[in-house]
Design a protein around this ligand. Structure first.
Ligand code: UDX
Length: 437
């Protein structure tokens, strides 16, 4: 099928390459000229495992091209809208300007029978509004809402083999025709037996924010338990293992530590609260405010422990920060807890040296005031304190004995609870986790 993908960020670029991989002919469209030039040359504008090879394969198949011109969407039967919906400055609500611009750009290029597929995470009610716009410019075209659940770091696998597919369809024959088109687009994952949920627009929109709210709640729940463990002398990791054995609870997303960040969870729960307020249902989501608060309190806690272990003063102390990305296997620093903690320590007068395997360039754009170094060795040289803030494999695998020789003081805060406390203590370190004795 001929497919266009509007918006070539983490979601759209991967989606475009994956659609090519499963046999479609794809054009990826974005207004960012530098991004389009890079993607066209087979260069990945962001770090995402497996994406480089996939992009190369897709480009050399001759079935994938990139363009800055929305007119190049003409001729495609399916148009995916994959643009971002960031948090509005100074507000909880989502900024819809990129979604609206994408629909404006597509308007002149739709033909009868085309299917427009919204994948962006949007406030519930958006699809109904946009369907009316599509009907106005091209009555023969149909809008489908098809949320995306990919995780950064696993984007390629999650796109090729999603754990479920959701279609939000309009009622009537147009919806059924659009469904048949999407079934063809997703023939490969559907043939693998992927669960398919077919529903209406509002449910499809809500599925996405409900899923992210649940995940955020799970993380804040275990972080609240970490706070309890700290005052009661318990161990939150053992607690998570024990409750996680209950299938109804499950162990995944119960890792206590510095909390969640990134381009989705934080802004999605805030936008969901804002939308609930507009719909007069703010009470239903009041708990998400608490989820957000617990999450942000993790950052305060790490700064507080740093101050404690440095005998009450951060000013002038040398602190090695391992990790800037919001999570490992990503170079994304949007709402990164790690980078936020580094910036706060710097604000308190500490000499902070930040390292990360892939996120330094992005981090430097947001926080040019911080000092960045290429590797762990440079970060920890003569450090008074080491902070592990993003659990990259290479940090989890650090040898405590080897590292002990390089620092000034053998004190580490493991803000992701990923190190073996006993092994580090045996090597002479003062080890502090979060919610661990
Ligand atoms: C998330 C959703 O998982 C995905 O389905 C959706 O499409 C987009 O948002 P992503 O932002 O890539 O994906 O990251 P995710 O792996 O969910 O992690 C989010 C944050 O939670 C990270 O900062 C991570 O460090 C943190 N986290 C995750 C924890 O603190 N503890 C955990 O147990 C799990």
């Amino acid at each position: 099928m001929r497919v266009s993908v509007v918006g070539c960020g983490y979601l759209g670029a991967v989606h475009a390459a994956c659609m090519t991989e499963v046999g479609h002919e794809v054009v990826g469209i974005d207004v960012d000229e530098a991004k389009i030039a890079a993607l066209s040359a087979g260069e990945t504008p962001f770090f995402e495992p497996e994406f480089g090879e996939l992009l190369e394969r897709a480009l050399s198949s001759g079935r994938l091209r990139f363009s800055t011109k929305s007119a190049d969407a003409a001729g495609s039967q399916v148009h995916f809208v994959c643009v971002g919906t960031p948090q509005k400055a100074g507000e909880n609500a989502a900024d819809m300007r990129y979604v609206d611009a994408a629909f404006t750009a597509l308007a002149d290029h739709l033909a009868p029978g085309d299917v427009v597929v919204g994948k962006s995470t949007v406030p519930v009610g958006t699809a109904t509004r946009l369907a009316a716009r599509v009907a106005e410019v091209q009555p023969g075209a149909t809008l489908v809402w098809n949320p995306e659940f990919l995780r950064e770091g696993f984007a390629v696998q999650d796109t090729l083999h999603p754990d479920r597919i959701v279609y939000g369809l309009p009622e009537g024959p147009a919806g059924q025709r659009a469904r048949a088109v999407l079934d063809e687009v997703y023939a490969a994952p559907l043939a693998e037996g992927m669960p398919l949920v077919v529903t209406d627009y509002p449910t499809a929109e809500l599925v996405k924010v409900a899923a992210n709210s649940f995940l955020a709640t799970k993380i804040s729940f275990i972080n609240a338990m970490a706070e309890l463990c700290e005052v009661a002398g318990g161990d939150v990791s053992a607690l998570a293992d024990a409750i996680g054995h209950d299938d109804r609870i499950g162990r995944r997303f119960l890792n206590a530590g510095l909390g969640f960040g990134g381009g989705c969870l934080p802004k999605d729960i805030r936008a969901f609260m804002a939308r609930a307020g507009e719909l007069g249902a703010d009470q239903a989501l009041t708990f998400l405010r608490e989820v957000d608060t617990i999450n942000l309190r993790r950052r305060d806690r790490v700064v507080e422990i740093a101050r404690q272990v440095l005998d009450g003063s951060l000013a002038g102390r040398t602190i090695a920060v391992l990790g800037a990305a919001f999570k490992p296997n990503s170079d994304d620093v949007r709402d990164s807890p790690a980078l936020d903690v580094a910036a706060r320590l710097h604000g308190h007068g500490a000499q902070v040296r930040v390292t990360d395997p892939h996120a330094l360039a992005n981090a430097a754009r947001i926080h040019p005031d911080l000092r960045y170094v290429a590797d762990v060795k440079q970060a920890v040289a003569d450090a008074d304190l080491v902070l592990l803030l993003t659990e990259w494999r290479e940090y989890v695998d650090l040898d405590p004995t080897e590292l002990a020789i390089q620092v000034r003081s053998t004190t580490i805060i493991d803000a992701r609870n990923v190190l073996d406390p006993q092994a580090w203590r045996n090597a002479g370190w003062t080890y502090r986790g979060l919610g661990r004795p």
